[in-house]
Design a protein around this ligand. Structure first.
Ligand SMILES: [Cu+2]
Length: 493
């Protein structure tokens, strides 16, 4: 059994037997390392339990009442080998309906968890079995797609392992970033009401890197793997070892600038897909994005910091390869202000770049609603009209251009696909979530290989709930019946 990297996280192995062998000592695959054994449950062909319920979770320095999958957030880490089957049983113990969305996975629409579009939401007290093939190796995650549930504790990581992993590394750590307010005297539904009713907040959170307003919510806590900076996650290994960090931003309204004191980061993947490796000091990760980086560990005790961009606060963890005191959570990390990864740095590995010219182009606008309230995603002529139907045949490419006509950045996410970002000279990474800053225009090519109706939305949860949500459809599937509440992230209002 592997030695896990998180003391309290449950890792669940299932699917192909190869995934178990990959993690076994003495095999080609990397070991997971850390401070204490983590239970690993080999459950070949057995569903992973996702028990959505109100619980009390321990954030380290305090406990809070929230909703989560099991007794902590993040929920169970699910691992499967590419080509294998993910099988998870959602039991809805919440007082309202829910779904699970498998973010970034090229998935059967019926398993995508888009409420009111591809799935009837799972009622309180009911059970739903998610079962699908995970076609691509990489770092993914799962989360509720109903209402503001994502901004409670309703998320977890899905790692799809490559049976022929080309990267050389000794161990891997999962690093999940989150912004937290639930159970601290407020909750996400209360925040949603405030944002809806006061488009101009008293205190403006601004970021030069994000080109304007950074977010709406000044959260009381920012977390790495569900821990506050006062009681941080501690990753331990040995000097000289090469570690793969799988970074996931599961936040609702916060971009994080990530750096590791006295180390550089070699970026190898974004949103699950490989890029030509690029070495930087820090990177910016928006909600819904993932980055995989390699670090070679130095000798000492180091701060792993995720600055809540524009919010004057941070998430924090400790990386330890020797004895000594842990750094203070407020320690200065010069790497954060050195060479920062940009989108222009990222070029898809040639093995995943689709290349061909698109058959159709669709220009989309990220905008504000009438009178400056709410948020929209649509065409210039009809900014808040959905669904969008694209007349392409399966196998053709669609070019989507996103123009940001607002004063705030938006991480735009497409379900069921990854897209080729078309940056300078047409080069860029494969992604499923891409940051579009104010006044920026970002172009992506989508291979139309998964016909159906798919959600296309801002991954700022409050923007999608307030209308920055569209559906994109192609193929023979007829448009979904309009749902009166499809303007939000949920189908339920
Ligand atoms: Cu947005």
């Amino acid at each position: 059994m592997p030695v896990p990297s998180h003391p309290t996280r449950r890792a669940l192995l299932f699917g192909a037997v190869g995934s178990v062998a990959l993690l076994g000592a003495g095999t080609r695959g990397p070991l997971r390392t850390g401070t204490a054994p983590r239970p690993v449950i080999p459950v070949a062909d057995t569903a992973v339990p996702l028990d959505a319920a109100p619980v009390t979770v321990d954030l380290g320095s305090r406990t809070v009442r929230t909703w989560a999958y099991g007794d902590r957030a993040p929920g169970p880490e699910i691992r499967v080998t590419a080509g294998g089957t993910v099988s998870a049983r959602l039991r809805n113990g919440l007082p309202q309906e829910t779904t699970v969305h498998w973010h970034g996975v090229r998935i059967d629409p019926a398993m995508d968890g888009a409420p009111g579009l591809s799935q009837v939401p799972v009622a309180s007290g009911d059970t739903f079995d998610y079962r699908f093939t995970a076609p691509d190796p990489g770092t993914f995650f799962y989360h509720s797609h109903v209402g503001t549930q994502l901004d409670r504790g309703m998320y977890g990581v899905l790692v799809v392992e490559d049976p022929a992993e080309p990267l050389g590394y000794d161990a891997e750590w999962t690093v999940v970033l989150d912004d937290w307010l639930d159970g601290t005297g407020t909750d996400p539904d209360t925040e949603l009401g405030t944002i809806r009713d006061t488009p101009r907040p008293a205190r403006t959170l601004r970021s030069r890197l994000l080109g304007g307003t950074a977010g709406h919510v000044d959260y009381p806590h920012y977390l790495i793997n569900g821990r506050t900076p006062q009681a941080p996650e501690e990753f331990t290994d040995s000097p000289g070892r090469r570690i793969r960090l799988r970074l996931v931003n599961a936040g609702a309204d916060t971009a994080f600038r990530v750096g590791l004191g006295d180390h550089r980061l070699t970026v190898t993947h974004t949103d699950g897909f490989p890029v030509l490796p690029v070495t930087v000091d820090a990177l910016l990760i928006g909600m819904g994005e993932r980055y995989d980086v390699l670090v070679t560990l130095a000798d000492g005790v180091f701060p792993l910091v995720a600055e809540a961009e524009g919010k004057d606060a941070r998430a924090f963890a400790v990386v330890r390869t020797s004895g000594g005191d842990a750094p203070d959570p407020s320690v200065s990390v010069p790497e954060l202000d050195r060479r920062l990864l940009t989108l222009a740095d990222l070029v898809a590995d040639p093995s995943v770049d689709p290349g061909d010219a698109p058959a159709r182009a669709v220009d989309l606008v990220l905008g504000r609603g009438r009178n400056g309230t709410g948020w929209t995603l649509g065409t210039a002529a009809a900014r808040d009209v959905t669904p969008l139907r694209v007349p392409v045949s399966v196998g053709e490419r669609v070019r989507l251009s996103f123009t940001n006509a607002t004063r705030m950045w938006h991480p735009v996410h497409l379900h069921g696909h990854t897209f080729q970002v078309r940056g300078e000279e047409g080069r860029g990474p494969r992604k499923d979530t891409v940051i579009v800053r104010p006044r920026e225009r970002v172009t992506v090519d989508v291979l139309a290989e998964n016909p159906g109706e798919w959600m296309l939305h801002c991954h700022n949860l409050y923007h999608s709930e307030l209308g920055m949500m569209a559906t994109l459809g192609y193929g023979d599937t007829p448009p979904a019946a309009p749902d009166s509440s499809m303007g939000g992230m949920s189908g339920t209002g």
